[in-house]
Design a protein around this ligand. Sequence first.
Ligand code: NAD
Ligand code: MG
Length: 391
Amino acid sequence: MKNIVILGATGSIGLSTLDIIARHRENFRVLALTAHKNIDRLYDLCALHRPEYAVVADEASAKLLQQRLQKINLTIEVLIGNAGLETVASLPQADIVMAAIVGAVGLLPTLAAAKAGKRVLLANKEALVMAGALFMKEVRDHNATLLPIDSEHNAIFQCLPTDFKMGERNAKIARILLTASGGAFRELPLTDLPNVTPAQAITHPNWNMGPKITVDCATMMNKGLEVIEAHWLFGLPADQIKVLLHPQSTVHSLVEYKDGSTLAHLGCSDMRVPIAHALAWPERIASGVNNLDLLTLGKLDFAVLDTERYPCLNLAYQALQTGGTAPTILNAANEIAVQAFLDGKMAFTDIAITVDKVLNKLPSRPATNLDIILQDNAAARECAQLLNRHP
Ligand code: NAD
Ligand code: MG
């Protein structure tokens, strides 16, 4: 029986994780669930999964949740804010921590799980983009087990050589290829891009995900963040990580070996596949997802990416090449710009422009400790906010 903590339980990844757990009650027990503001959903999840702990954003939400839980005679310790998140991420009785909070706010609890030596299921790619070197060091120093949930990275993980060590370059690998669907606007005329709406941008052709990552897919910043994520997870330099347009999202990614072999992972576009893989690893459990029907699928298409349509991808490659806190700055500026776009305060095409401007304004520094990373994260957010107000 494994005890599981789900950071970001009310989101898309959190709910998919709970769906699998509900299919395997004999193997997994929910120890803690966290949410930000969606107390109704967290209450429903607590009633169903009966965790020992819940974490919410503030005192008022905690009170509300406690009162409702008391009415159904459920005793759950409700903790608050970032301190609460870090506490549950490092509970001694926790075996597995699903890191599924969206954005930079997920960094500290995910780091806490790594420092506590847990099995960390990493969906929160922003944490690794912000603090890659530091995060991987904590994983190594505390003997944590890091398993990627992002579908591309989970796919690569499944195609790696048997002697692969997380974060270390393996000489057998020539390149990895990350596939990208192209997002909501892959076929829209470029001249229409400045006028797209948030509602259009959060409609992904293949995957059902939270709003931030869905916008990131449309700008291709998601793939840029994933290139940086792959760099840290698989120990490869930027020139050994390639991106390929693959509109069907069926081949989740590929590993090219030195001998001319290419290994790929294929599956339906349902995050329960990588989540089930990481929950059970090295075993396999049912995820509720069917295997692919290749005959119905018929064909798979691949194409080179149009860099004019997706300037964010190059910005991410440049930040990776620059190193230090450049990826921290890139991620922070992107989070602010995407939120401004979702709030109707910025045009879609201004997301890339804002990230570029912030990267040009703030110099990268060596990311030698957490304070520097958090300072540059805050500075980039402020800079992006100011640019949005006074372009
Ligand atoms: P989502 O928006 O559906 O859910 C986000 C979760 O984070 C919610 O539970 C929310 O309560 C919590 N949260 C948000 N702000 C918070 C804050 N300030 N403090 C505490 N908690 C907060 O997002 P998602 O699509 O589930 O994505 C989660 C993470 O997984 C992201 O980093 C995303 O890039 C990654 N990911 C998601 C998918 C997917 O299919 N959804 C695929 C690959 C990677
Ligand atoms: Mg992905």
